[in-house]
Design a protein around this ligand. Structure first.
Ligand SMILES: [Fe+2]
Ligand SMILES: [Fe+2]
Length: 160
């Protein structure tokens, strides 16, 4: 195995967090879809797909490094939302949490002098800046719009 023991364990756990983020985004997308807010829904469907890719990258990395892949149990995501702001806030809170977890993996890799994992995780560090920033933007947009104006502001959603 090319990577540190603790780092290996944290990356396995992180695969679960990425897949939990995926299903959380699907739940949020479904909420917007059910409200007829298709542009918001598409935005979150796309976020969900990205989280799947994040989990896949980690699976491939562990496999390449000769480390066992142990995907943990994934909890059910929150299924019911009552406002767009609530859903967008949940997305931001989760991205902030994931950022902390990603940084913890970098710390563990440094602690174990595991340069391979440290280098691998840098992509995720940069990605988290983008994800937190865009989650913030969506929340700010919905808050500024106010209740009942979600439909009007959808067109201002930035797609990357
Ligand atoms: Fe992610
Ligand atoms: Fe994310």
């Amino acid at each position: 195995m090319l990577i540190g023991k603790k780092t290996h364990q944290l990356i396995n756990e992180q695969i679960g967090h990425e897949f939990f983020a995926m299903s959380s985004y699907y739940a949020i997308a479904a909420y917007f879809d059910s409200e007829g807010l298709k542009i918001f829904a598409d935005y979150y469907y796309k976020q969900a797909d990205e989280e799947k890719v994040h989990g896949q990258k980690m699976i491939k990395f562990l496999s390449d490094a000769g480390a066992d892949v142990k995907i943990p149990a994934i909890p059910a995501p929150k299924a019911v939302y009552s406002t767009g702001v609530e859903a967008a806030q949940a997305a931001l809170t989760h991205e902030e949490k994931v950022t902390e977890l990603i940084c913890n993996i970098v710390d563990a890799a440094r602690g174990e002098k595991d340069k391979i994992s440290e280098q691998f995780m840098q992509w995720f560090v940069a990605e988290q800046l983008e994800e937190v920033s865009s989650a913030n933007d969506v929340l700010a947009l919905l808050k500024k719009a106010g209740p009942g104006k979600e439909f009007m502001v959808q067109q201002f959603l930035k797609h990357d």
